[in-house]
Ligand binder design. Structure first.
Ligand SMILES: C[S@@+](CC[C@H](N)C(=O)[O-])C[C@H]1O[C@@H](n2cnc3c(N)ncnc32)[C@H](O)[C@@H]1O
Length: 228
């Protein structure tokens, strides 16, 4: 099995990638040098296209790491507000410092803790909210076995025309491994990611676009947006 990050296509796409600015290019380089997880350049470009077309004003991100993708959203959309969630204290410390050292960080509402608890609180806080307070773009990029829980919470606090984008649905290629070392080591993520994709497929109220570029993305929208 050829894994996504080894594919010659990645190098090809990287060589054509244009960073939003020098600051973000430096942050990508330092994240990559330190093996900090962050979105592939191809994922960044797809996200850029989607937010460029839909102009979200409130973005929810689950999985901050060092804050690269949050800063990407904030730089691309100068009027948007971003709420981002991270549970790892070391990652959170770095992300907090990255946000504090930039003007864009003022529009980033950084929540430290496990996404499940933080999402419960957001659902409670936004239960009577109108669309102007809800999220119109959601990016799910955290624990791969919990995408369904993240998705079900996110859909309660987003607008009818929101897009929900889930990263890494190919799990670095492991999703197609029937057996072998990687299939065993990642069996929980594989099992839950497959269940999540099947769950999405069974929902008649969703339009789900699966892309196999980068590490795979699911882009989800609500078909009857007016009824939500
Ligand atoms: C792939 S990284 C995020 C990368 C980031 N979106 C970027 O592109 O810069 C995933 C992050 O999600 C965090 N995470 C995983 N499960 C989580 C959970 N249940 N709650 C909050 N954060 C979680 C991990 O600690 C990790 O830092």
């Amino acid at each position: 099995m050829k894994y996504v990050r080894d594919m010659p296509f990645k190098e090809f796409v990287d060589s054509h990638h244009k960073a939003v600015d020098e600051d973000l290019a430096d942050l990508r380089r330092s994240n990559e040098d330190d093996s900090v997880p962050l979105i592939f350049t191809e994922t960044e470009e797809i996200l850029g296209l989607l937010i460029g077309l839909t102009h979200p004003s409130k973005i929810l991100e689950i999985g901050t790491a060092h804050g690269y993708s949050s800063l990407f959203f904030a730089k691309k959309l100068p009027d948007a507000r971003i709420t981002t969630i991270e549970r790892n204290p070391v990652m959170a410390e770095y992300a907090g410092a990255e946000f504090a050292s930039r003007e864009e960080g003022e529009r980033i509402d950084f929540r430290f803790g496990d996404a499940e608890g933080i999402l419960d609180k957001l659902v409670e806080d936004l239960s009577d909210a109108d669309d102007s307070e809800k999220f119109d773009f959601v990016f799910i990029d955290a624990a791969k076995s919990h995408y369904r829980e993240f998705f079900e919470a996110a859909e309660k606090i987003c607008t009818g025309n929101a897009l929900i984008v889930c990263d890494n649905i190919l799990l670095n290629g492991w999703i197609l491994e029937a057996d072998g070392k990687d299939a065993k080591r990642h069996r929980t993520s594989i099992k839950y990611m497959k269940k999540f994709l099947e769950y999405l497929r069974q929902r008649d109220d969703l339009e789900v676009t699966i892309l196999t570029g980068a590490d795979g993305l699911a882009i989800i929208r609500f078909i009857n947006e007016k009824q939500r």
